[in-house]
Ligand binder design. Sequence first.
Ligand SMILES: NC(=O)c1ccc[n+]([C@@H]2O[C@H](COP(=O)([O-])OP(=O)(O)OC[C@H]3O[C@@H](n4cnc5c(N)ncnc54)[C@H](OP(=O)(O)O)[C@@H]3O)[C@@H](O)[C@H]2O)c1
Length: 323
Amino acid sequence: MFFICSCQSEFPKKTKAMNKINTKKICIIGAGRVGTTFAAAILNANTTGLKLTAISPGSEKSLKRAVKILGEKAGSVDFFNNNADCAKFADCILISTPDDAIEKVAAEIVNSDPGIVKGKIFIHFSGAKSLKVFAAVAKAGGYTASIHPIKSFASIENSISTLPGTIYGVTYPENKDKTTKEYINFFIASLGGKIIEVDDNKKSMYHAAACVASNYLVSLINYAVKIHESIGIKPEDSLNGLAGLIEGTVANIKNLGPQKALTGPIARGDTGTVKGHINEFKLFMKPGEENIYKVMGAETAKIAFGNGWIKKETLKEFLKIFS
Ligand SMILES: NC(=O)c1ccc[n+]([C@@H]2O[C@H](COP(=O)([O-])OP(=O)(O)OC[C@H]3O[C@@H](n4cnc5c(N)ncnc54)[C@H](OP(=O)(O)O)[C@@H]3O)[C@@H](O)[C@H]2O)c1
């Protein structure tokens, strides 16, 4: 056993007030990228309303990383290697394990003592998982919700400083509890965030959009770097060159919206330039590697047509080139 609750006597005694969901004593289960970012954000929050009492980090590696990142503030939190013990000392249980572990962790807490669940709020961070993963919690009298930060937590240190301003996709159960909603509003506002409500049965599509915007953007830029590599440009030089273009495009998307931010040969109706690209793919890339270019090209031509920037005949010609 690598760690235990260090100061049992300092834990608040279980009182009636503590059982109210608005006392805001919080624990975090899973100290990875998201869990550690939220631990730091709660500890740094400029409000007495949020109090992080306990963390059950996962492996020793996660524990050590969390303690290092939280610095001296880690001293105000108790660390557990048992999720149910950790949950006992909080009114709000934030589960930031990988998606596939959420249901198991929730069931583990319920099975250890259904009595510790009643009246508490269980929140997970998954954009994809429905609230069905909390069925056991709801049955035992707990309140449930999910809050999905629409953000990529690639580096914990960077995520801590950039968390304010994040938009959250928030999902409540059908029988939305007023106090839970008020608490989540307070929690997210205290961390400088804003809310978009997402129905539980539409989470998969909601999450698919986030995957396209974040993960597929990564793949698309990797594809651009590969195209440069095929003509002998080093990946680091390619990325340095593309970075300014990417940042400018993102700024244009934010200012003008994704349709009007479009520029380039397709927006101008330059079919000859695009034909030239496809011919060069045959010379420098492996067969089939032009497919992403073609699929995205067809989508881009539809945007240009939708904007009224190219004629119907030009759209048809582009779609033929990309077929
Ligand atoms: N990363 C993102 O950009 C992002 C964005 C939005 C939402 N989310 C959501 O946030 C949640 C967490 O994602 P993440 O990226 O932070 O994952 P992560 O970095 O892999 O961290 C998961 C943490 O959970 C711990 N863990 C695993 N099983 C556990 C268990 N049974 N009990 C206690 N701890 C356990 C892991 O510990 P060990 O590895 O040490 O065992 C690790 O510390 C997911 O639901 C994800 O969908 C992530």
